[in-house]
Design a binder for this molecule. Structure first.
Ligand code: GAP
Length: 515
């Protein structure tokens, strides 16, 4: 079996080869942690965004969308706490001159302990077979219990030190754990320092009068500053939500995992405004609801888990991540944060404008509390793409590379292939294409033998191949081949739209959330 690093390399090269993701400005040797999406990538990204928007905005009567500007008044970022507290603790290795996030070095150390636990679980599972009780094993196996406690105590000490801004203790922890530079193996570390992640820019025609601006590091603040505008214009009643998708920018220190951690990326965020005191109930609601959204895509329950935060951001009173099993292990995919009244309260203070809600039921004014769901679109793209890419051994001894994207998200829903480039078959194929393109993104392919074309479409992630052959001319039927099973069936041309629709319709997929 290929190791994690090889699998991840394959993901990156496949993404490039099939027009999903390119390094930005590649002809100039690229720009670190900045990526462009190709002809397939942009479709997959749009489909993920739509899948989120449908579930969050259009299927929830009390959630509406906005599209706020990337540039915001600079005081926004003072009020939000980003100017003072949007920092990562960084540490340099004096020998390799490599820079790391101190918390990531420690988390990776704990990740190795987690991997040992997974290994023990896998061994026991094999030994006990059907009688294996994973929960009991985790609670009672002495070695596993020790590993779990070790990991917990390391993370808890790190959280406390970061909370107290005790950076000397963070360094001490790295030294006590004997953590070495992953590049050079050296343990010659500098002190830990804070590094602000916001990108600065300037607005104005002349240097003297220019105003310092930031590129937004999260889309959430565009929602907070528009809270009253939306509430009034939309006549929204609490509880209600405002959602938006858009670019965010962070000068990440560690940016080595392809589109997992980028300097320019896109977020899909929703702020849900609630009555103070109800945050626990809404926190549980949104954790469950968002997990259901992920599971509706059928990418395997075992690939997701919750991680409750020990170290809370400056605005939160509770927070959890939905983690996904990426090719490099379980990592954060989405955050669910109970943000209290921190943001609205702070914007009230800095702007001098009231950002309150008059509750007709209780007859009182209050600053609403907020529950946030926040997911990176690019990170979701990586989750879907990496999970879908598979090498399959076939019965005839050959193998195929197949991108088993959930059909609802696949960039191209069907490829129309004339068996040969003559006898009028291309014309019929083109007519089918011209009919289907009104409903689906479809493609036409007549180059190479049909077997090679099937493989090409498998690697592209196209759920259906429709082949037009000589029989088509006689009885108006075609073969439709299913990407995942490779089964083929003969169907009437008139049935194609219905078959594809059933497989790719958002309703079919999102209704799984209600089950
Ligand atoms: N408004 C809350 C917020 O921004 P966050 O945990 O910093 O919270 C939310 O970010 C999500 O945005 C993450 O779960 C992740 O999916 C995505 N994200 C954050 N930084 C990212 C980066 N540098 N590159 C790609 N995605 C990122």
């Amino acid at each position: 079996m290929a190791n994690q690093e090889d699998i991840f390399k394959k993901v990156i090269s496949h993404a490039k080869e099939y027009g999903y993701v390119f390094q930005s400005s590649e002809i100039y040797d690229g720009l670190s942690a900045v990526y462009d999406y190709g002809h397939n990538g942009v479709e997959l990204k749009n489909n993920i965004r739509q899948y989120w928007w449908k579930a969050m905005v259009q299927l929830n009567e009390n959630i509406v969308g906005i599209d706020a500007a990337i540039f915001m008044h600079p005081t926004t970022w003072k009020a939000s706490g980003h100017v003072d507290a949007f920092n990562d603790p960084l540490i340099d290795n004096k020998d390799s001159k490599k820079r790391y996030r101190a918390d990531v070095l420690i988390e990776d150390y704990v990740g190795k302990i987690d991997a040992k636990i997974e290994k023990e679980v896998a061994k026991a599972e094999k030994r006990f077979g059907e009688n294996f009780n994973k929960q009991k094993f985790l609670e009672t196996n002495p070695r596993v219990v020790e590993y779990l406690e070790q990991g917990k105590s390391i993370l808890s000490r790190m959280a406390k030190s970061l909370e107290k801004e005790d950076l000397a203790d963070v360094k001490a922890l790295i030294e006590e754990l004997d953590i070495a530079c992953p590049m050079s193996g050296s343990k010659n570390w500098t002190d830990v320092k804070q590094f602000n992640l916001m990108f600065g820019t300037k607005l104005g025609a002349s240097a003297e009068n220019a105003m310092d601006l930031y590129l937004r590091p999260e889309t959430a603040q565009g929602i907070f500053v528009n809270f009253l505008n939306v509430q009034k214009a939309g006549r929204m009643k609490i509880p209600f939500g405002i959602a938006q998708t858009g670019k965010a920018f962070r000068n990440e220190i560690v940016a080595r995992q392809f589109i997992f951690r980028m300097r320019e990326f896109e977020q899909m965020e929703m702020q849900f405004f609630i009555q103070p005191g109800t945050q626990q109930e809404w926190y549980e609601h949104w954790k469950e609801h968002r997990m259901k959204w992920h599971l509706s895509l059928g990418m395997g329950e075992d690939n997701y888990r919750f991680h409750d935060h020990e170290k809370l951001a400056h605005y939160a009173d509770a927070a959890a991540d939905i983690e996904f099993r990426f090719p490099f292990g379980f990592k954060e995919l989405e955050g669910i944060h109970s943000r209290t009244d921190f943001d609205l309260g702070s914007h009230e203070k800095y702007s001098g404008k009231k950002l309150q809600y008059f509750d007709h039921e209780t007859n009182r004014n209050y600053v609403p509390y907020v529950l946030e769901t926040s997911i990176g679109l690019d990170r979701m793209f990586l989750a879907v793409f990496s999970n879908s890419l598979q090498e399959e051994e076939l019965e005839n001894g050959t193998s195929r590379t197949v991108l088993k994207l959930p059909a609802v998200l696949a960039p191209t829903k069907a490829a129309i292939l004339p068996l040969v480039k003559k006898d009028g078959l291309p014309k019929v194929a083109q007519q089918i294409m011209d009919e289907l393109k009104w409903d689906f993104n479809v493609t036409y392919d007549e180059k190479d033998a049909v077997g090679r074309r099937y493989r090409r479409q498998d690697a592209n992630g196209t759920p259906f191949c429709i082949t037009v052959d000589h029989q088509t001319l006689e009885d108006q039927t075609v073969t439709i081949r299913h990407r995942d099973s490779m089964d083929q069936e003969r169907v009437a041309i008139s049935a194609l739209k219905g078959i594809i629709h059933e497989a790719v319709d958002m309703r079919t997929w999102l209704q799984k959330m209600e089950a």
